[in-house]
Design a protein around this ligand. Sequence first.
Ligand code: UD2
Ligand code: MN
Length: 543
Amino acid sequence: MWRKRRLFRVAMLSTFAVVVIYYTTSQLRTIQKWRNRRKVGSAPRWEPVVLMNELQYVGTERDEDAFVRHAFNLSSSNLLPSDRALPDTRHTRCHDPSNYGELPLETTSVIVAFHNEARSALLRTVISVLNRTPSDLVEEVILLDDCSDNEEDGALLSSLPKVRVIRNQAREGLVRSRILGALEARGDFLMFLDSHCEVNVGWLEPLLERVTQNPQTVASPVIDVIDMDTFQYRPTSSQLKGGFDWSLHFKWVPLSHKQREQQTNPAEPFLSPAVAGGLFLVSRNWFRMLGMFDSGLHIWGGESLEISLKSWLCGGKVEVVPCSRVGHVFRRRHPYTFPRGNANTYLRNSKRVAEVWLGDHKRFFYEAQPNARMMDAGSLQEQHEVKSQLDCKPFQWYLENIFPELKLPNEENSAFGQLRQGSLCLQSVEESSAIKLAECSESEPSQHSWAFSVHTASIQHRKLCLTVHDRAKCPVLETCTQSYQQKWSRHGRAVVLLSSGQCLESGTTSEVRLSECRRGAVSQQWDFTVELQAQDDHPVNIT
Ligand code: UD2
Ligand code: MN
């Protein structure tokens, strides 16, 4: 009896032990499997399945002149297979996958908007993504057909693994198409590509690493060149950052001396004032928080500077990641129509970006692009709302900290922006010539666009001049006449009416008046946001 019970207990205990061991090892195995699943650099897990007849899809489309329809050599593109080999253009340091650490469990939606793209180029874009990305990192490839003439260009690709095709019934332009793609995306990260790209080996992992480390990062690959004539794939310098000039034209900028000094090797990601093109990875949540792209941007242009400025000014950052390489066919002209006229569309888009993000510095945009002044850019209310909701920084901060290479043009205005005293700013009063002081606010237009010109000795607010009538004490805003009642000078921080030698002074309430200058009086000290020339530091005779 006693022996029986002991045997029973031993049997129970060993069954229990077996169950525990089995459960633990199976759990460990699952964890290991997940770990392996996220190991970087392993062979692609997409098994190419012939789901379509490539030759039949690409067909025999030919141009009389090879460049007419697509602005690149169509014959060269058509001759290449969709899965051609590419030279690995990365720095050797990028070859070691352990450099990228643990990858996220989240997936990426690749979004490709296209309008009348050459089928061979479009197919190569998709196949390069499927073949060169570990399958479990890719949620889907969204092909956003922006109302191409032939619906089948996109539709026939929907049989490829992970590919979803969405078609616009009317032409929306690349910006609204990408927004639509982002709204449809199920992945946690969004990667935007043009429809004539080829991603290179290990392209996504280094981008993912950056965005996972800091989810408020916009991460751009280095964009290699696919020759528009021969389709040869060539490396570009991995040490250039994205920038722009006052016309808001994108340009490449070499890394600053300081950045080069800080860099320990050329494979390291670096901060960039703007994305180096329209190809980048961003977290879907962060992109949505930023209000995505401005949906008022038509057809082509403006969105890459918009997302860059928005990221930097509203708490994020922009990086170029040299270990990530994506080839792109750069062209000399747009191969498609602009329903509203080519130059106008781009200029209008740029005006929207300038109006929302450049603050008082938009004056330089208008000087570089005078035709934009009179253009109707549409409502910007939504963009301003995003800006104030996210409490975005002023452009001056960006100039000082992120893009010091963008120099202010030498112009006659020696100071401009807000005219402030401590936390108070001078502002115009609607439908009146009066001015008053109020708490400074980035988004209050009546506080911006003050300018002091040494040349004309005037203080302007938009088109009006600060004027003090004889025997009046309070300055008002009136049409500029160059009269002595509108002549001012600045002495240190004092603002002096030349004819009377009196100083601009804040009162106890919101009013502003003229009074005798008193050395060091805080109520007579004024600052403009931006000084274009060093001020005359010699103290003048202030009694
Ligand atoms: C550069 C960017 C591009 C975008 C653009 C400015 C690179 C490599 N490319 O363009 O991503 O930022 O500047 O907006 O930096 N498309 C449409 N609908 C249209 C017009 C174009 O879907 O109405 C597609 C087009 O088929 C292409 C993509 O948008 O896939 C970008 O257009 P692009 O290749 O003509 O522009 P690109 O390379 O000059
Ligand atoms: Mn392109």
